[in-house]
Write a protein that binds this ligand. Structure first.
Ligand code: SF4
Length: 376
């Protein structure tokens, strides 16, 4: 073949023919290299692609559980008071800045109970820093609500987008069975939920409600109260066992008697279908949250327990991410990215409103009528 090519080359002896053969040789070499690369792709590109996605921190939406201390004693608590550690606020702000530089657009402050630390000042100052300095799209808090005050809203409410209250039942006896109360609480949980909802509306903050479905409330019909409270989002979680937190034995909590089946969870959801709850089954909950703990470490829930990474404060976001697993599909399935900014400006009647989110849950009377028709 080569001999033949050379013979032809000499015969032609024209420069145009030489260029043609050079071009042919180049094409041949390129084709061979391309073929070899494709043959090698499964063994190289496959693992490279997996490692790459596993190593890239996905920190769009972060849950910062900055304290484990709490004044309640819920039996299924997923984040128990194993330590009393608290990162100084300057360090917490530095950590948040690192997360923002790595792509964070939303931060949720959680606990423990966020308002227990410095009577809400700690969380208030972090909320302000996240919104005013870091200019995050969304700054939110999850709280049991018992320590939330009007004064706090006056001081920090303008920088908060959403406040979520945990309320598992509208029967106080059930809340007490669950432990969703404090011995010396000034108000019971149902009253707390209504009070915080009113404060949120007054200060232009979206109100959210979280409910953990367990053996004590699984048969409850919450329609009337949810329809009245009109949360922008009602998240409904299936009680989840996490080793090291609530699985009994050495754990601070034992939620084994509160666990429900998938069918029971489905029945609860079906009963409240008219209210469009955002459902989180055990499988969806497990890894679809980016959790940062009180030491500013990622918590990785791969083996049924939460394993901490190195601290973001020491290693940076990418360095700490390591083997952290993030379930992007689960994040999407539970509508992890939603309309997460505060309510629209107050209207002429002085009432804050946001049609796009509140419209998700129809007017109280419409819901109650629909439920009545279903049961007739
Ligand atoms: S309110 Fe209940 S679930 Fe939340 S941190 Fe406190 S004890 Fe845990």
């Amino acid at each position: 073949m080569l001999k033949h090519l050379f013979a032809e080359l000499i015969q032609c002896a024209g420069s145009s023919a030489i260029y043609s053969y050079i071009a042919l040789v180049v094409v041949g070499v390129v084709t061979t290299l391309f073929y070899m690369r494709n043959r090698l792709r499964p063994s190289l590109g496959g693992t490279e692609a997996i490692n790459c996605s596993a190593n890239a921190a996905n920190v769009v939406s972060v849950n910062y559980h900055f304290t484990r201390q709490c004044n309640y004693s819920c039996k299924f608590c997923f984040h128990t008071a194993k330590t009393s550690h608290l990162v100084p606020i300057e360090e917490a702000c530095r950590g948040m800045k690192l997360l923002k530089e790595a792509g964070m657009r939303k931060i949720n402050f959680s606990g423990g109970e966020p308002f227990l630390i410095r009577r809400g000042k700690q969380v208030g100052q972090m909320v302000r820093y996240a919104k005013e300095t870091l200019q995050l799209e969304s700054v939110t808090i999850v709280t049991n609500g018992s320590l939330v005050t009007e004064e706090w809203f006056e001081q920090y409410g303008q920088w908060l987008d959403i406040m979520a209250i945990s309320c598992d039942s509208f029967d106080e006896g059930t809340n007490e069975l669950i432990g969703r109360t404090a011995a010396n609480a000034a108000a019971r949980q149902v009253e707390v939920a209504y009070r915080v909802q009113e404060l949120c509306g007054r200060f232009g903050v979206k109100f959210k409600l979280n409910t953990v479905v367990n053996t004590h409330n699984v048969n409850e019909d919450m329609t009337e109260h949810i329809a009245r409270l009109q949360p922008a989002r009602w998240k409904v979680f299936q009680c989840l066992l996490i080793d090291g937190e609530n699985a009994g034995g050495q754990d601070l909590r034992d939620a084994r008697a509160l666990v429900i089946t998938d069918d029971q969870f489905a029945a609860f959801l079906a009963r409240h279908k008219a209210l469009s709850p955002i459902a989180e089954s055990n499988s969806v909950m497990r890894n679809s949250y980016v959790i940062v703990d009180e030491y500013f470490r990622f918590l990785n829930n791969v083996n049924g327990s939460k394993e901490p990474s190195m601290s973001i404060l020491d290693k940076g976001v990418q360095g700490a991410w390591g083997k952290t697993v993030f379930d992007q599909a689960g994040f999407v399935e539970r509508s992890g990215e939603y309309e997460w900014t505060r309510l629209a400006e107050k209207n002429s009647t002085g009432t804050s409103t946001s049609t796009s989110t509140l419209a998700r849950i129809p007017d109280t009377n419409v819901v109650l009528r629909a439920v009545k028709e279903l049961s007739d």
